[in-house]
Design a protein around this ligand. Sequence first.
Ligand code: ADP
Length: 167
Amino acid sequence: MTIAICPGSFDPVTNGHLDIIQRAAEIFDEVIVAVGHNPGKTPFFTVEERITLIKQVIREARLTNVRVDRFHGLQVEYARAQKARVIVKGLRALSDFEYEFQMALTNKKLAPDIETIFMMTANEYSFLSSSMVKEIVFFGGNPDGLVPPAVVTALQKKLEKRGKING
Ligand code: ADP
């Protein structure tokens, strides 16, 4: 049985993420979507909110061999603890490559038994990032088709709440 992890911040999950998760679920016996805190990014949704959204989206997509979890620390340590042999990453533009290349080689040094596998983004999602989605919603745009419907609702609710807090 081969277990793979799909790590990321998923703030929030987009159709680009979902595409990678779905494709990984067709190849591996079990896929764990591992939601982590990225110290370089200020989160919009809490980790709990992100996990709830991903669970809903996975349920709606009927992905029965995918589960969601949170993780702290190194991806390879987490992978080992879960008995996962593979880390699956999505690659969008050239801009993703340098960082992911560095990360994959570092992870290989730390844990030679764990393999990083890259999947090319689907053409229609090659430009898509969580930050782009947040920007669209922030400026009153419609992110339909870029994120699952549950995420559109959650984004709008969160912005309304923030608007109230900020006066
Ligand atoms: P982001 O860079 O949007 O904040 P995450 O840290 O949540 O994304 O990314 C988790 C994983 O999903 C990474 O491997 C990332 O490259 C991949 N990913 C993100 N957006 C896309 C997309 N539109 N197409 C393919 N892979 C993606």
